[in-house]
Write a protein that binds this ligand. Structure first.
Ligand SMILES: NC(=O)C1=CN([C@@H]2O[C@H](COP(=O)(O)OP(=O)(O)OC[C@H]3O[C@@H](n4cnc5c(N)ncnc54)[C@H](OP(=O)(O)O)[C@@H]3O)[C@@H](O)[C@H]2O)[C@@H](O)CC1
Ligand SMILES: Nc1ncnc2c1ncn2[C@@H]1O[C@H](COP(=O)(O)OP(=O)(O)O)[C@@H](O)[C@H]1O
Ligand SMILES: [K+]
Length: 512
């Protein structure tokens, strides 16, 4: 996992407001730019010390991102680095702080469109930052492509100021072309575009520098998007109590598919136990009872055929969280089972819907929303991109300018459920507007059954009565951390086996 960031994630509009509020409160804009440049110069010289490089090219754009570049150039020159500056815009067209920063640069400035990278040890990308308002034009795109080619061919480093130029700071989309950076230094708070793909892949090592904007600038921004890291959900993390017992840790029920599709639900069930549920029962079709029973030890198995059988097993109120979908099969009977799992009850049973529990409603998602909205407790849905597209066509059919985060939020509002939108940049969105973005997950997680394990971890946390949004966020993090601990060669079973180590780390941090 990357080093910790501040919890809040901003859009570029929110960042601009925080900036404005800070300047209105009396902090000079130039002092923010100076602090930003100090952080850039520090990151640059750390890399140059490592590579023993001395020669730096700073590419400056038309706005304040370019202004940061001019100031960083001056600071690095003062540290005796050999610095050249190239500008995308004629200097007489610069305005405000950027013009002031350029005026304080004591050496000649060349045109960025014609600049050479010959003999350069490191390039600073200060072309566009959070003010990027449209796709790069052909000149800027050509420059970015030339920079990327130089980086790949020379093996030298590129440091991006605030965000790699061409990445949309809010959506993470590439606007025509985008810089591929080795390190990105952003300011105050990370932006959504740093963590959503493809933006994250352009950032390299991302750090967030304090530049003098006070946290109180967040007060009026109503920030609802957070980095998915332990700080977000640590206070709600369920831990066994000295005076507790297994029932006080909750009882998760996992619904199994037919005889040839039982592995998925067993993975979920084992993961729910490892996530801390006091008891886990597998509701199995009678035809699959023998295979399930012979493959399980600490997970209990009960016969349950179809929706009726499930209703009978669920008549025990102590089964307070149900996971359904892995290996279930796409059918009308599956729809009926999901409706049974979500049926209004006098008590708050929680539910996780994954895989076939979602796909079974592809032809009539409104039917599923009726059930999720009426459900008595928290409901978490865990679609991957294919399942999301099938179920949330309305959130998908747009001009292409909405981000994964926007889509997940919209889906959560439409369904009244927490939506965990899987992938390398897993987003969790709650119907009340809260959302989290997982900053990192190893691609070794792309292996059969990995999603089934995630479903089980969520069910285990929900059984322990964790809030739906926090449980889904925590599960996504634990899942990713377990995979990171295990490392290369991972299969789904290994995620379950690594969960105790994740708990040990979380408990150790809790005791500090
Ligand atoms: N916020 C803070 O607290 C602090 C922010 N700081 C820094 O300021 C940066 C934000 O500065 P910014 O607002 O001037 O925007 P920036 O990214 O330089 O670009 C805007 C310029 O680009 C132009 N332009 C836009 N798109 C274009 C395109 N496709 N192709 C061509 N041109 C395009 C646009 O022109 P226009 O749209 O007006 O035609 C305008 O001239 C931020 O990333 C950080 O580095 C720090 O100093 C510390 C404090
Ligand atoms: N490239 C990737 N990087 C990080 N995590 C990934 C990547 N691809 C998939 N994952 C994660 O792996 C899991 C796969 O789940 P899913 O697609 O449902 O698989 P399955 O159905 O086989 O269980 C999800 O948690 C997803 O976020
Ligand atoms: K930049």
């Amino acid at each position: 996992m990357p080093s910790a960031f501040p919890l809040e994630i901003l859009t570029t509009d929110q960042m601009a407001r925080a900036d404005r509020l800070t300047i209105e409160s009396g902090v000079p804009a130039m002092s923010l730019m100076e602090s930003a440049a100090v952080a850039i110069a520090r990151a640059t010289s750390q890399i140059l010390q490592r590579t023993s490089g001395r020669r730096v090219l700073v590419l400056c754009g038309p706005g304040n991102n370019g202004g940061d570049g001019f100031v960083a150039a001056r600071l690095l020159r003062a540290q005796r680095y050999k610095v050249r500056v190239a500008s995308l815009t004629p200097l007489d067209q610069l305005r405000g702080d950027a013009a002031q920063a350029a005026a304080a640069w004591p050496c000649p400035v060349s045109s960025a469109l014609e600049c050479s990278f010959d003999g350069i040890d490191l390039a600073i990308d200060a072309l566009f930052g959070t003010g990027l308002a449209r796709d790069l034009d052909s000149n800027a795109s050509a420059l970015v492509r030339r920079l990327n080619r130089w980086r790949r061919e020379s093996g030298q480093n590129v440091v991006a100021v605030d965000i790699p130029s061409g990445v949309d700071g809010t959506t993470g989309a590439v606007r025509g072309a985008a810089v591929e950076a080795d390190a990105t230094v952003t300011f105050f708070r990370v932006k959504t575009g740093h963590l959503l793909l493809p933006g994250r892949l352009h950032c390299g090592a991302l750090t967030c520098a304090h530049i003098g904007i006070r946290p109180s600038a967040l007060d009026s921004l109503a920030v609802e998007t957070f980095v998915n890291m332990p700080q977000l959900w640590r206070a709600a993390l369920p831990l066994p109590q000295v005076d507790g017992h297994k029932y006080s840790r909750g009882h998760a029920l996992v619904v199994s598919g037919g005889a040839s599709f039982t592995g998925a639900a067993r993975l979920s069930a084992a993961a729910a136990l490892r996530a801390g549920a006091g008891l886990v029962t597998l509701a199995s079709p009678i035809e699959a009872l023998a295979v399930n029973a012979s493959a399980l030890t600490s997970v209990m198995v009960r016969p349950a055929d179809g929706a009726k059988g499930l209703a009978k097993v669920l008549s025990d109120e102590r089964k307070n969280a149900v996971a359904i979908g892995p290996g279930l099969g796409v059918s009308e009977e599956s729809c009926a089972q999901v409706e049974t799992a979500l049926a209004p009850q006098a008590y708050r049973r929680a539910a996780v819907l994954d895989a076939d529990a979602l796909s079974s409603f592809a032809g009539d998602p409104e039917r599923l929303w009726r059930a999720t909205r009426a459900a008595p407790g928290p409901v978490v849905m865990t679609p991957h991109a294919g399942e999301f597209a099938r179920l949330f066509a309305a959130c998908e059919s747009d001009c292409g300018c909405r981000s994964k985060l926007d889509k997940a939020r919209e889906a959560a509002r439409a369904s009244g459920a927490v939506v965990l939108f899987k992938g390398a940049d897993t987003v969790v969105a709650a119907p009340d507007g809260r959302a989290s973005i997982l900053p990192y997950a190893t691609p070794w997680l792309a292996t059969a059954g990995s999603g089934d394990v995630l479903t089980g971890v969520i069910a285990g946390l929900l059984a322990q009565r964790m809030d739906g949004f926090l449980a889904a966020s925590c599960a996504a993090w634990m899942h990713a951390r377990a995979a990171e601990i295990f490392g290369p060669g991972l299969i789904a079973d290994d995620i379950i086996a690594a969960l105790p180590q994740v708990w040990r780390e979380l408990c150790a941090a809790q005791q500090k």
